[in-house]
Ligand binder design. Structure first.
Ligand SMILES: [Fe+2]
Ligand SMILES: [Fe+2]
Length: 204
């Protein structure tokens, strides 16, 4: 099959597949972050368990944030209905990313959780909890209202590409079958940037 036709086929199969809806995929990723937040917010709590949980939380949060910035917030910057919310959330992502970097370094340099790290993780967990709640309760309903399903599906596929999900991350979902495709999805990236930019600019 000629290359252009192949690309068109790939584009259609992504755009029409509702399993890729970015809102559902983000909710799935949030549920993992929330499980970690619950553990990190227990005052006192088992230090060993918290240390282990902190490592997975920081790793998942780093990838979630990178994926969201590229697949969610960058395209939404063009949408005037969401301008303020998007800017606010991008600023929060900047604060979260800095904190994740600092804490990951501290955790790597220590075999156990110090009381200072415990407190810092508690603060970060609370910030992420509020950030995620805002996304779910304010941003996602607005997105459902103003963005077409086909675009939400493409954004979700792209989120999976940028988020670098592993088989383990998606073990209990149908999406795990997509991992090999996600890994070789460069052309979808190029199509995505072009299509979403055209779509969101036309809504101005
Ligand atoms: Fe976010
Ligand atoms: Fe999020």
């Amino acid at each position: 099959m000629p290359k252009a036709q192949n690309k068109k086929k790939e584009y259609i199969s992504i755009a029409t597949n509702n399993h890729f809806n970015i809102i559902d995929i983000l909710l799935l990723d949030h549920s993992y972050l929330k499980d970690c937040i619950d553990i990190l917010q227990i005052e006192g709590g088992d230090k060993k368990n918290k240390y282990k949980c902190a490592k997975s939380f920081l790793d998942a949060l780093k990838k979630h944030s990178a994926g969201e910035k590229k697949a969610l917030y960058a395209p939404l910057e063009d949408l005037k209905e969401l301008k303020f919310q998007v800017l606010e959330k991008e600023i929060e992502h900047g604060i979260i990313d800095t904190k994740v970097k600092v804490l990951s370094k501290k955790l790597m340099g220590s075999k156990s959780l110090t009381i200072e790290m415990d407190a810092e993780l508690h603060v970060l967990a609370s910030l992420v909890e509020r950030h995620v709640e805002d996304e779910e309760q304010l941003l996602f309903p607005l997105m459902k209202k103003v963005i077409e399903k086909e675009i939400l599906n493409q954004m979700g596929y792209q989120f999976m590409v940028f988020r670098q999900f592993t088989e383990k991350d998606l073990a209990d979902t149908d999406l795990k079958e997509e991992i090999p495709n996600i890994k070789k999805s460069e052309s979808a990236n190029r199509n995505f940037i072009q299509t979403t930019h055209e779509y969101f600019s036309s809504t101005r």
